[in-house]
Each structure stands twice: as C-alpha cells, then as structure tokens.
Unconditional design. Structure first.
Length: 387
C-alpha cells in the first residue's frame, strides 16, 4: 500500500511540474467592423510570422490560443498602423478591451504582466503624442502670421519640454521594471516617426543597463540578441567619436561663457576658477529643470562652504520669466547669467546643447570632469569630491 502511495505522489509531482504552455487571449473590439481580420504575429529575429487569425464577428469578441515555451513578443494586429505589442508568458490567460481603431492603447489588460506594462506605458506615451500633435496643428493654422517666427520658437520650446518629460518618465519606468523584457520595446518608443524618446548617445547608459539584464536572462532570444549586438555597435561608434573629438572624459577645458547677470553685469565662467563648479543650463519654462532645482539648492547648501559653486545659464526669452523662476525656486545664492535668446543663445552651439536640463561639472581649473549629473548622482559625485 505504501509503495502504491509513493508511486501516486511521484506521478502527481511530475504532473504538477509540467507547466501549462498554452496562452489564452480573449478580447473585445469596441465598434468593430465585422468581416475584417485580427492577426496574431510572432516576432522572430528580423521578421514577423503570422501564427493565427480570426474574422471579427458582429459583437467584436475574439479568442486565440497559442503554445509558447518561454516569454516572447507577439503582435495583435489589424493592419500596419494598428497593432498592440504583447509580451506573453506560458500559461497566461489574457483579457483585453480595445477600440477597434487603436489596439495599441487598450482600455483593459488583465492576465499578462508584460503586456500590461507595455499597454500602460503606451497610454502615457499617447497623452504626450496628443500634446505634440496639438502643437503641430497650431503651427499649421498660423502659417503666414507676422509673429510666426516667435510662435514657432514657443512651440519648439513646448515640444522640447514634452520630450524631456517623457524621457524622464521612460527612464524611471525602465528602472522600476528592469527585469521585464518590456523594457526592450520601451527603449525604442517614438513620439513621432523618427523622433525617439530615448537618445542612444545621451541615454546610452540605459541601453547598456537593459542589455546587461536581459542578455543574462534570455541569451538565446532573438530580440535580446539583436539589442545586445546593437549596444556593442553603439559603444564602438561613440568610442570612435571620442577618439576623433576629445570629450569630457579627456578633461578638456570648458569653453568660456561671458553673459549678463540679472543686474546687467557681464560675468565670465572663468571667474569661478579655484572652485568646483556645476555649469547648469536651464530655463524657467522647462518643467524637468524646475524639478531638478531643489536638488541644486541642497547641493549648494551642503558644499558651497567647502568650495562648490553653481554657474547657471538660462535659455529664457524674457527677463521677467527668468527672474521669477530664480525667485520661485530660491536660486538666488549662486551665479545666474543669460542673453535671453532662448535656443538662439550663444551657449547652445558652443556646448552642443540639444535638450535641457544639461550640466557639466568642472574642476578647480575649469576642466570638465563629468556631465549631466542629476538627483542622487550629483550628490554622490560631490560627496566623493569633498568627503
């Protein structure tokens, strides 16, 4: 009897160890057009392979059953411009509700953590895309106006602000969900065709971070291998650029800046020699810059008496907005300069500024020793220098 029981327990253990590899997808397409097809396509290397399809019924309900062995990317697709990227895992039972014309932004996703991560990110991205589209519409409606050039500058200003906000959100989203393969897709998100949220040069650290985690976890999965190879190419390319043109790593001297302060007196960057200096580029109209300012106040309070200075250059267009930003954020203790020329400021080409906030940390001889230190990264670097 005991022998028979042992055999039964062994069989039960073996059966429980066989994980269900079937993925069930049930969904509702609101306001669907009956008779059209919905496809499921698997992402393989550099191609998409259709694995199943259904005709959309009158009520918009559909169902798919797939067998998969490990976490993989699939597309739920109606056409080239209307699809949802799904991250599916064996055994998932997924329920989704979407509008027929916008699969990429489902109202409901249940039963698939990876797909929900992608869908939630897409919905945040969509809000930013709508803001950018509105700017484009305003631009088109006002062609020919006498102040069109000024209006275009204002729209560009807002657009850059939206891109910066989405970039910051994306980095945090990646950090919060790093073990998931969803971060691989998020790295390549776009606000518009050719306008990527993540900049491979400026944000290379995040490409390397995602690659290092996923390549260890899924070294044989084609999309992960593709990312790994692309990151190696990026690193090689940017290293070759550094060889051709010395960058901050070579501790080159920061180019001179000589601009008016709020009183109208010309202040030179070179006048700060003898102190460690954070050369910071910002503007009162830049939400990410304003969000970072409390961190600068903290850094200045902790380290100014030890030889730390801040030289803050504004890309504002009006003196009133500039001074109000300084006052509201309590930044009046350090050096401020600006020519109030917005993106036409002389510092933009001089320092190759593509977006703000941007900063350079200078040593006592005015040489660049680090770049774009924000939040805890700035505090850690200053603690390293002074403690």
């Amino acid at each position: 009897m005991c022998r028979n029981l042992s055999l039964l327990f062994l069989i039960a253990a073996l059966l429980s160890g066989c994980k269900n590899k079937t993925v069930e997808i049930t969904g509702i397409l609101e306001k669907a057009r009956p008779g059209e097809y919905v496809f499921v396509q698997k992402l393989e290397s550099n191609k998409l392979v259709t694995v199943d399809s259904v005709i959309v019924p009158q009520d918009g309900n559909y169902e798919f059953k797939l067998k998969i062995d490990f976490p993989s990317f699939y597309l739920l697709k109606i056409n080239q411009n209307n699809f949802l990227t799904m991250l599916l895992e064996p055994g998932e039972k997924i329920k989704m509700t979407s509008h027929f014309d916008s699969l990429n932004y489902p109202a409901v996703v249940e039963g698939s953590k990876g797909t929900k991560l992608l869908a939630d990110y897409n919905n945040t991205l969509l809000r930013t895309i709508k803001k950018v589209r509105l700017l484009s519409e305003i631009h088109d409606r006002n062609l020919g106006r006498p102040d069109f050039a000024f209006l275009t500058d204002s729209l560009d200003n807002l657009g850059n602000g939206y891109l910066n906000e989405m970039n910051i959100f994306t980095k945090k989203y990646i950090d919060d969900n790093l073990p998931s393969m969803a971060t691989l897709v998020i790295l390549y998100s776009q606000l518009a065709p050719g306008v990527y949220v993540m900049n491979p040069e400026r944000d290379l650290g995040y490409f390397k971070k995602v690659d290092s985690v996923l390549y260890k976890k899924y070294p044989e999965y084609d999309p992960v291998i593709t990312l790994h190879n692309q990151v190696k190419e990026m690193i090689a390319y940017f290293d070759s650029q550094k060889m051709a043109s010395p960058g901050p790593d070579e501790k080159i001297e920061a180019p001179e800046i000589a601009l008016p302060d709020p009183k109208g007196d010309t202040i030179r960057l070179s006048s700060t020699r003898g102190s460690y200096v954070l050369l910071d580029f910002w503007a009162s109209w830049c939400p990410p810059c304003r969000a970072e300012n409390p961190n600068l106040v903290r850094a200045y309070t902790l380290y100014h008496n030890k030889g730390f200075q801040i030289f803050q250059v504004s890309l504002d267009k009006t003196r009133d907005a500039w001074l109000k930003g300084i006052q509201d954020d309590r930044l009046d203790k350090w050096i401020h300069v600006s020519d109030l020329k917005y993106w036409n400021s002389a510092v933009v080409p001089l320092y190759r500024i593509e977006s703000i906030p941007a900063n350079y940390l200078l040593d006592k001889d005015g040489r660049i020793i680090d770049t774009n230190l924000r939040g805890d990264a700035l505090q850690r670097k200053l603690a390293e220098l002074f403690n």
